[in-house]
Ligand binder design. Structure first.
Ligand code: GGG
Length: 335
């Protein structure tokens, strides 16, 4: 995932988006500013409020800004998710969505040994959101599965497994019902697997996977799946390890990368300084590793771990009473 070329200074596009995106982004930037790295931030507008104010949810200037930066930090999308975050991924050809699910201390995880990566295809499937046609009976949505995009994401997952000393990749689909689209996914999964003879394989239906994630979450290492299934299973993954406040993600393409928490805008708690910023912070740590800034990434991660271990400045989703700002200040203190 790393670009492996550190620089003296990085241009980072910052798109806080809607709701708690604003708060968790500010907390994260405060910590990043305490590291010894020269970041130039350029701020981009996008989301529900942007649509209300300007008539467009994703101004072309924001897309250009993302294109011209070394990486992008994105906060949260609300009702305009399809026109904002899904569109950015598609426009920027960020084909791989990495969503790590890991048990941290004091987080009410189902098990201490949960540590797996969901590799979600990011450019096609149901999320082409092609459902323009209404019929007399209701509405129709199209699902696109191409050989090229599925081979690319499956190969990415196996390659990620090989580079990160993982021993097994699980392909997730619904090929018994979606015989053509997911049949193709399953066929390509086993074709690609032949190139990685040292990595074990298994494939499950998505409904069975939803159950196995509860009954045997420790057995998963890398899950590779299509767009919608990956989105759903990663929220289930969040539920396994203490909630959406703890799950980061990376969107990786050949021409750019964007890092965002898996959670959305959470309008019920927005503006109250009580959102958990850890998912956004862990996303920025994925960005640091992508930029090759591994020492800073390790320092930042250790500072978060200390807060979780001490359990004295946790936000309410983790059973504490700290504000977003107090948690960020504690992490800065721990750096
Ligand atoms: N930061 C992630 C976010 O805003 N999620 C809201 C959402 O609906 N996302 C759709 C997706 O991740 O595909």
């Amino acid at each position: 995932m790393s670009t492996s070329k550190t620089k003296d200074s990085y241009k980072i596009a910052v798109v806080p988006g809607d709701g708690i995106g604003q708060e968790v982004m500010k907390a994260t930037i405060d910590v990043l500013n305490s590291l010894d790295i020269d970041f130039e931030y350029v701020y981009g507008d996008a989301g529900d409020e942007c649509l209300e104010r300007t008539g467009t949810a994703l101004p072309s200037e924001t897309l250009d800004m993302i294109r011209e930066s070394d990486a992008c930090l994105f906060g949260a999308a609300g009702e305009t998710a399809a026109d904002v975050i899904v569109k950015i991924r598609q426009e920027m050809k960020m084909f791989a969505n990495l969503r790590p699910v890991k048990a941290y201390p004091n987080t009410n995880s189902l098990s201490d040994d949960i540590d797996f990566m969901i590799v979600r295809e990011n450019t096609e499937g149901m999320y082409i959101a092609d459902e323009e046609s209404y019929t007399d009976e209701g509405a129709v949505a199209k699902r696109i599965i191409t050989r090229e995009a599925e081979r690319r994401i499956i190969d990415y997952a196996f390659n990620y497994a090989a580079e990160n000393n993982k021993s097994k990749v699980t392909g997730v689909h619904k090929a018994n019902v979606l015989k053509k689209t997911d049949g193709l996914f399953k066929e390509i999964f086993y074709e690609v697997a032949k190139d990685y003879p040292d990595i074990a394989t298994e494939d499950f239906y998505v409904d069975a996977t939803a159950m196995y994630l509860i009954t045997q979450p420790e057995s998963f290492e890398i899950i590779v799946t299509t767009n919608l299934f990956g989105d759903i299973l990663s929220d289930e993954g969040a539920g396994l390890v203490g909630g959406l406040g703890l799950i980061p993600s990376a969107n990786i393409g050949e021409d750019g990368a964007l890092f965002e928490p898996v959670h959305g805008s959470a309008p019920d708690i927005a503006g109250q300084n009580k959102a958990n910023p850890i998912a956004m912070m862990l996303s920025s740590i994925m960005m640091l590793r992508y930029l090759g800034e591994n020492d800073s990434a390790d320092r930042f991660e250790s500072a978060i771990l200390k807060v979780l271990n001490d359990a004295n400045k946790l936000t309410s989703d983790l059973g504490g009473s700290a504000t977003t700002t107090e948690l960020a200040d504690e992490i800065i203190k721990n750096l």
